[in-house]
Design a protein around this ligand. Structure first.
Ligand code: HEC
Ligand code: HEC
Ligand code: HEC
Ligand code: HEC
Ligand code: HEC
Length: 197
């Protein structure tokens, strides 16, 4: 008796789940425009070790005081890069905060020499591939989609498969963005090769 009850509950449950799935599928197929689709940039399966940085900067540690990425990463003309923060941005605090630490002493040395901290790049597109942050930010793409939840990490490593061609094309197709070869590869055109006027 007891057994039958349990069984019927289980069936009812999975029935509900199936209904929910169907509704979700139908909603995705019928209702939502391409731009509202959830695009998932896959995580890198292999370990991509973080490069050794000149200073042990932690996003997690700083993100409580500075939750806004744009405090440190701006997108100046022509918009390709997000850039690294000016030493002055750091010195607003570190002229007085944690000055007893060796890492902050070397930050101050960079600041007084006027040289930028030589941060080592984590994400870098293969040379020759056309890339710019600007059209992606204008289209409303989020930092998290391509870089993961940076606010939670002490050391940035390449956790996302953002640099793979399949990732670029997968999202472009989902967003109905241009995905022909010349969008990302400035290979010589027939005109440049002289085959065409
Ligand atoms: C207090 C300044 C500061 C804030 C705020 C900040 N960052 Fe950073 N970010 C840095 C510095 C310094 C580096 C270089 C060191 C490193 O890689 O950790 C960096 C590196 C990065 C990198 C790696 C860049 C590469 O080389 O490929 C990414 C991605 C990044 N930040 C994203 C973000 C995002 C997203 C946010 C907001 C959630 C954010 N950052 C907020 C200072 C900051
Ligand atoms: C569509 C994917 C995508 C989105 C969205 C994105 N990035 Fe990036 N990011 C990249 C790629 C690809 C690179 C490597 C670029 C290169 O090699 O020039 C990169 C590089 C960086 C770098 C290294 C310095 C530079 O400018 O190349 C920083 C810092 C960074 N991103 C921060 C951010 C922040 C902050 C946001 C949100 C405001 C963001 N990114 C949104 C894909 C993305
Ligand atoms: C809003 C104030 C503020 C700003 C701006 C700021 N920091 Fe910090 N930073 C802190 C605080 C607070 C700590 C924790 C100090 C401690 O552990 O005693 C810290 C810790 C650090 C440490 C670790 C010190 C150690 O060795 O334990 C490093 C490295 C660092 N910051 C680098 C930077 C860099 C680089 C920038 C600019 C991109 C920056 N900070 C901007 C407040 C700030
Ligand atoms: C998360 C989604 C997403 C990812 C991942 C992504 N893109 Fe895009 N990309 C877009 C969108 C959306 C646009 C804007 C399309 C528009 O405005 O019509 C765009 C625009 C572009 C443009 C400008 C195209 C034009 O017509 O001017 C280039 C170049 C580009 N992406 C290259 C890349 C490369 C290279 C990668 C991989 C390293 C990449 N994208 C990854 C969504 C993405
Ligand atoms: C949305 C951007 C995007 C589009 C569209 C695109 N590619 Fe790529 N392609 C990339 C990126 C990014 C890489 C570098 C991948 C890596 O290093 O793992 C790449 C690498 C390549 C490579 C490897 C050699 C090299 O230059 O590094 C070939 C070959 C290639 N693409 C061919 C094509 C062809 C053919 C098309 C059109 C059918 C195309 N790609 C369309 C982004 C794109």
């Amino acid at each position: 008796m007891n057994r039958t009850n349990t069984f019927s509950v289980t069936v009812k449950d999975s029935g509900f789940r199936a209904c929910g799935l169907m509704a979700l599928l139908v909603a995705m197929l019928v209702a939502s425009p391409a731009s509202a689709q959830q695009v998932v940039v896959p995580d890198n399966v292999g370990v991509h070790a973080a490069p050794e940085q000149p200073l042990p900067f932690s996003h997690r540690l700083h993100s409580m005081a500075m939750p806004d990425c744009s405090t440190c990463h701006v997108n100046p003309e022509p918009g390709h890069q997000m850039t690294f923060p000016e030493n002055d941005t750091c010195m607003q605090c570190h002229a007085i905060v944690a000055t007893d630490k060796a890492s902050i002493a070397s930050l101050q040395a960079y600041a007084s020499s006027g040289k930028p901290v030589p941060w080592v790049r984590v994400y870098e597109v293969t040379p020759g591939v056309t890339w710019s942050h600007r059209p992606h930010l204008e289209a409303g793409e989020q930092c998290e989609t391509c870089h993961g939840d940076i606010r939670q990490v002490d050391v940035v490593s390449q956790t996302k498969g953002t640099l793979a061609m399949a990732t670029c094309i997968g999202c472009h197709q989902a967003r109905a963005a241009a995905a022909d070869c010349v969008t990302c590869h400035a290979w010589p055109t027939d005109r440049q090769l002289g085959f065409e006027e």
